[in-house]
Design a protein around this ligand. Structure first.
Ligand code: ZN
Length: 425
């Protein structure tokens, strides 16, 4: 029997699929495109397949035959939101016990099943893209969740992932049990400049988009209000890890919460500072000069404060607020990130927006941090972050104007990613 006809058939159906684009029109009551601070009223977004084709004033009966029409005339349309600091493999860890249970009692397959639910939740909250900053002991399960989303197996946001992350020996949980026992770790333990380069190579070969390092630990407040720390990696180690990451055309995020961790990370040339509860004015200036992003993750600090304080841990909300205000004033690029997973995924990470505004951002600045600025941090500014012809049709909607009430972003009621609808009012 001849095999050729099947091959020809496949080619024909492929060509046919290519020539019949899926057309969708969305009528938006108003629309923020992410580029301008003012809304456009009564506009129609034309979507062809997964991309935006045009945005134009709404006129009656412009829709082509066979196209889908979505009525959002009572909604405000926005670019899909971007959360640049999440953990889909983590389901809340207010206390170290919460964390240990997930690493010691839950298998990686079970955690991955939960991770797929977290990814779906992220999308339904309106986050059409996330940067997931390490799996906390679940290996490279984030690479697989990303793959399942990209292959259309499960619903979820676009993902950039960091895999296992790195810290020095003995600095990262699971910690505090008998020295006679061996415990899993929430990171890859890495020592020395050569060890750092080897770990970067290994992680990239396993599919990470980002490398993440933990640069400090063991925090305390000096008299005078400076949050001090114990740096983990030496500056030489950090420089080697950053160099190897950039040499392989990847980016590097640094968990750096206080004085020395931030300073070493900024000096070594990382791409983003995560948390940054305390950053010196001099380091803020270097961040401006280098174009280093600041991902402050404010909400998680407020949210876990009560539980962590009850468990005897210290919290530094006022210092964090002061740093955020100084960074904003200094002109540091601030990207939206929440640490979702550090708190339960049942809580909408968009609660971060209201805190950013409470700490001095305008609603427009807060929205930009989760759209245009976040897309630039991810190097995806040509594809996402604003609503423009040629970009992915990643569109969300809220019931009322978020510039008048930023908490509207906690009420996303329409989600489209790449032209496919995941949530409707
Ligand atoms: Zn985190």
């Amino acid at each position: 029997m001849k095999r050729t006809p099947i091959f020809v058939l496949l080619l024909t159906s492929f060509a046919f699929a290519q020539t019949t684009p899926k057309i969708t029109y969305i009528g938006c009551g108003s629309l923020y495109d992410g580029k301008h601070d003012e809304a456009q009223k009564n506009v129609t977004v034309k979507i062809v397949d997964d991309k935006i084709d045009s945005i134009s004033p709404t006129t009656k009966a412009t829709e082509e035959k066979g196209s889908a029409v979505i009525d959002l005339s009572h909604e405000v349309c926005l670019p899909g939101l971007i959360d640049t600091h999440t953990h889909v493999l983590l389901q809340g860890d207010i206390t170290s016990e919460d964390y240990d249970v997930q690493l010691l009692k839950w298998s990686t397959p079970y955690r991955t099943i939960l991770g797929t639910v977290s990814a779906r939740r992220a999308l339904e909250y309106g986050f059409t893209t996330i940067r997931d900053l390490e799996t906390e002991g679940a290996g490279y399960a984030d690479v697989d969740i990303k793959k399942a989303i990209n292959n259309g197996v499960i619903p979820g946001p676009r993902m950039q992932v960091a895999g296992r992350a790195m810290d020095v020996t003995g600095a990262y949980p699971v910690l505090g049990y008998s020295w006679e026992l061996k415990f899993p770790k929430g990171v890859q333990e890495v020592d020395g400049a050569d060890g750092g380069r080897k770990a970067v190579r290994e992680q990239i070969s396993n599919g990470v988009d980002w490398v993440k390092v933990y640069s400090d630990r063991s925090y305390y407040v000096r008299p005078g209000g400076v949050l001090d720390d114990v740096p983990t990696f030496s500056l030489d180690e950090l420089r080697a890890i950053v160099d190897e990451t950039h040499r392989e055309r990847r980016k590097i995020a640094s968990h750096a919460a206080a004085l020395n961790g931030v300073h070493n990370s900024v000096e070594a040339g990382v791409d983003s500072i995560e948390h940054g509860m305390y950053i010196s004015d001099a380091d803020l200036q270097t961040m401006v000069a280098h174009g280093t992003y600041y991902v402050p993750t404010l909400f998680v600090g407020e949210y876990v404060a009560e539980g962590r304080a009850a468990a005897g841990a210290k919290v530094w909300i006022k210092i964090h607020e002061d740093t955020f205000r100084r960074a904003l004033k200094a002109g540091v690029k601030i990207a939206f990130g929440t640490d979702a997973g550090g708190f339960d995924w049942k809580i909408d990470p968009a609660r971060e927006f209201a805190i950013m505004v409470k700490y001095g951002m305008t609603p427009a600045q807060a929205l930009r941090s989760a759209t245009v600025t976040a897309s630039e941090l991810l190097g995806m500014q040509e594809k996402i972050g604003s609503l423009e012809a040629g970009k992915f049709a990643d569109i969300v909607a809220v019931p009322a104007d978020p510039m008048a009430d930023i908490q509207q972003l906690e009420h996303v009621n329409f989600v489209m990613k790449g032209g496919a609808v995941y949530l409707k009012p």
